[in-house]
Design a binder for this molecule. Structure first.
Ligand code: CTP
Length: 407
């Protein structure tokens, strides 16, 4: 399943992150992580275990973090003030965290600077374990993880994939983008939409022709996923109703319901409506579906094949007809022409509060792209045109406008 970094790292701006690095081959990813965090505007200080210097050079990390890298409790006459480091940081993240460091954390040992910083840290602590699969599944590792979690440490789950041993299995440290996203999700969500619930539809729908074929479209779901992530990171509870696409979100707090057809999506959305404040329909729902899908694979016995299609339920229109006064409904319009008139018509016909128009005439807009160019039409007659931007930035614009409407 592909996971793309869809949201801005803006929540990391100005945050103080103390990165602990331990002896694991995954330490090479810490270099990229430091670079990513610095690019996002965070302040980063690095503390290493002595053994981790075999894997990555302190010089690389101090250059990228723009801060000295610490690994000794004392150097000649100077003593590293581990207490102040733990007080300086908003978050201490140990990535990668080896089985050895994990065990020391569970026992409360203090035989190196990293352990001393961990034991004296007053900020929240998170770890990204990285080890070979057999070590990851060892009962001692499981026990140690339980102990540190009960001590309040957050554990980002190790991933499945190729390991240093050459084996494929669990124990891999996630990629830097996923780790940065995890930090934002766990520690830096804002509260603008706290207490609000949002339902977002995204992706295509597949309408079965027979057990092996379907009618679908090129929607990647990227725009809707970006909106769901933006809403969630700004405090909302988010239900993402996702059609068949390989893209998804790694934000653990977003509830994802996978659906296939327009009919599945319709039923799922209606089930989630009660208690919802914002409904955003960015899915490219099929307008027509085969009237009676064949139960058996259709054989190519004839020279022509005629499919009888029937209209699917218009989910946006259905929701528009039943929505309560406080519920804000946002629809999308994808047009192959300029589309302003069609978007305004859709606003009325579907009783939506906002219609987000994107036109396939714009080279930076459309299916599968990482950019979009939108115009938003609002119920009160407003029309706001935006420049071509990344889908992440477009999601921010949409959520900004939703916030003003909710107020
Ligand atoms: N939509 C929906 N249910 C459908 C079809 C579309 O909820 N069965 C929603 C989409 O999620 C989108 C909006 O309707 O938010 C616009 O979809 P679009 O296909 O562009 O417009 P239609 O209303 O279907 O009109 P047309 O295809 O004629 O332009």
């Amino acid at each position: 399943m592909a996971v793309v970094c869809y949201f801005y790292m803006s929540m990391l701006k100005g945050k103080k992150i103390l990165l602990g690095i331990t002896a694991s081959i995954a330490a090479y990813k810490s270099i990229l992580l430091v670079r990513l965090l610095i690019k996002a505007g965070a302040e980063v200080k690095v503390v290493m275990t002595p053994a981790s210097k075999e894997f990555v050079a302190p010089l690389t990390l101090s250059t990228l973090s723009k801060n000295p890298v610490l690994y000794n409790i004392s150097d000649e006459d100077t003593w590293a003030n581990h207490v102040m480091l733990g007080r300086w940081a908003d978050v201490m993240l140990i990535a990668p965290c080896s089985a050895n460091t994990l065990a020391k954390m569970a026992k409360g040992l203090c035989d190196n600077l990293l352990q001393a910083v961990y034991l004296s840290a007053t900020c929240p602590v998170a770890i990204c374990p990285a080890m070979d699969e057999d070590m990851w599944h060892h009962p001692a590792t499981k026990r140690n993880l339980e102990v540190i979690q009960s001590d309040g440490v957050k554990v980002m789950p190790a991933e499945f994939g190729e390991l240093a041993s050459g084996l494929i299995g669990e124990g891999r440290m996630p990629e830097p983008e996923s780790i940065a996203r995890y930090l934002q999700e766990q520690f830096f969500r804002t509260k603008e939409l706290e207490g609000k619930k949002a339902v977002v539809t995204a992706g295509p729908t597949y309408e079965a022709i027979d057990p092996v074929r379907f009618i679908g479209n090129h929607s990647s779901g990227k725009m809707g996923i970006a909106i769901a992530e933006e809403l969630y990171l700004r405090g909302a509870a988010v239900e993402l109703v996702l059609g068949p696409t390989e893209n998804t979100t790694t934000l653990l707090g977003i509830s994802v319901t996978k659906v296939k057809s327009a009919s599945d999506m319709h039923t799922t959305v209606l089930g989630k409506l009660p208690g919802t404040d914002v409904i955003i329909m960015s899915a490219a729902v099929a307008d027509y579906a085969p009237a009676s899908p064949s139960k058996e694979k259709i054989k190519k016995n004839e020279d022509t094949l005629t499919l009888n299609l029937v209209k699917t339920t218009d989910i946006l229109k259905t929701v528009g007809a039943i929505k309560k006064g406080h519920q804000l409904l946002v629809g999308f319009a994808l047009e192959t022409n300029e589309g302003h008139e069609a978007a305004r018509d859709k606003l009325k016909a579907k009783n939506a509060d906002m219609i987000v128009l994107n036109s396939l005439l714009d080279p930076g807009a459309g299916f599968g792209k990482d950019t979009n160019k939108i115009t938003i039409f609002t119920k009160d007659g407003g029309e706001l045109s935006f420049l071509e931007k990344s889908k992440i930035a477009v999601a921010t614009d949409i959520v900004d406008l939703i916030l003003t409407k909710l107020k």
